[in-house]
Ligand binder design. Structure first.
Ligand code: FES
Length: 107
């Protein structure tokens, strides 16, 4: 299992043991983490799974592809250099300890 830490807009953290092969978005939804809407179900078409990658093995994340990069222009909260679509972050052991912060709103 890989520990993914979700931090809400108020600063509260929740650590979840996530199975490999699932996305950071899927694990959040499956575990009732508030703050991820994921309207499109993970197709990189809605930008309502926006997160800010704050800490952990950030350098292990692949760069956003062209589709994710374009959708990140449509986030409800401002895009920052550490903005990602959580549906595009596939969990593997190399991401153990990843901290993602949830924006105040997704729509
Ligand atoms: S769930 Fe829609 S872009 Fe990630």
């Amino acid at each position: 299992m890989t520990r993914i830490i979700y931090q809400n807009a108020a600063g509260q953290r929740r650590e979840i043991d996530a199975p490999a092969g699932r996305s950071v978005m899927q694990v959040a939804v499956a575990n009732g983490v508030d703050g991820i809407v994921a309207e499109c179900g993970g197709s990189a078409m809605c930008a309502t799974c926006h997160v800010y990658v704050e800490a952990g093995p950030v350098d292990k994340l692949p760069a956003p592809n062209a589709v994710e990069d374009e959708m990140l222009e449509s986030t409800a909260e401002p895009r920052m250099p550490n903005s990602r679509l959580s549906c595009q972050l596939v969990i593997g052991p190399e991401l153990d300890g990843l901290v993602v912060r949830l924006p105040e709103r997704q729509v």
